[in-house]
Every structure is written in C-alpha cells, then in structure tokens.
Design a binder for this molecule. Sequence first.
Ligand code: K1U
Ligand code: ZN
Length: 173
Amino acid sequence: MAIRRILTVDNSADLAILKQVSKDVPAVDDALRALMDDMLETMYDAPGIGLAAVQVGELVNVIVMDLAREGEEPAPRYFVNPKITWESEELFSYEEGCLSVPEVYDAVERPARVKLTYLDYNGQPVEEEAEGLFAVCIQHEMDHLKGVLFIDHLSRLKRDRAITKVKKARRAA
Ligand code: K1U
Ligand code: ZN
C-alpha cells in the first residue's frame, strides 16, 4: 500500500485533472483493489472521510469512505461504478470540506437522501439508501467523478476566494 499525492486546486495542472470526467471500470480485479487500498491509506493519512480516485490522479469511477467516529472501529467502504438511482426532494445543508481544497469549508445544499447502486471491494453489486453524512459524502464524492468540486456549488465570489485562500496558504507553508 502507498500514500499517494492528493491533487489540489491551487495547482493548475492538478485542477485540469480534477475537472475531468472519470470512466466506469470494466471489472473489480486485484489492480483495482490495490488502487482502493492506496486510496484508503491516503484518505486516513490526510485525514479525511472520503476520497475519489480522480483526487489521486486516476480517472476511474471509484470512491473510498470511512465515516467511523474517533474511538470507533475503522469502517472502510468502497464504491466502484456508483450510480444514484433516486434522490429525495427534501434538501439538507452541510458545511463541507475537501482534501483538494484544503482548509476551506462552506455550506452546500443537496438532496437529504439518495438511493445508489455500486460494486463493492469484491465486485458484488449493492443497492443502498444513504442519509445524513453518508448522503452528503457520497454525493460530494460522486461530484468529483463528474469533475465537479464542492466550491462549484458556491457563488463565483466565494469560489474565487476559496482558491485564493488555498494558494495563499500554500505560499505561506
Ligand atoms: O476531499 C474529499 O472529497 C474528502 C472530504 C469528504 C467530505 C467531507 C465533508 C463533507 C463532504 C465530503 C473530506 O474528508 S474533508 C475532511 C473532513 O471532513 C474530516 C477530516 C478529519 C476528520 C473528520 C472530517
Ligand atoms: Zn472533495
């Protein structure tokens, strides 16, 4: 397993990759499981609660997540080729963050509940309903697979300020 570099919006080459649309994978094989292992280790190291493959430069429809709280047993989850099949009309607002937009947090409103299908770590098909932080996180990560960042849901002013803030923080570091 390896910790990969997370692409960030202050780097124009990284941003060009983060804006691309990822593709479905043909099968869950050992090479894909190795990528998912690397992604999980990278996410834990950051630390974060979710990570999409594009954030480590791989343009495939793969997400890892762990929503276990501090002190709880780790609960890694893997989503291959996820598809949202239903979303609630009810909306939910949550203060989101993103490892590709470090140290920026802002409220985003999304459907409160979604149903989704995906393949798990072993390639088994799963159908599931998500709510609460799970619904927020899976929609945030699935946006990444479409080249959409959470700051794209904000006003242009807030988005520009967010990128400036990341650039300034990087220069100061
Ligand atoms: O960059 C990412 O996609 C990961 C992102 C996931 C996310 C967070 C909040 C709302 C929606 C999606 C993060 O993990 S940001 C870091 C974070 O939230 C966190 C870090 C350490 C402990 C707890 C949370
Ligand atoms: Zn993100």
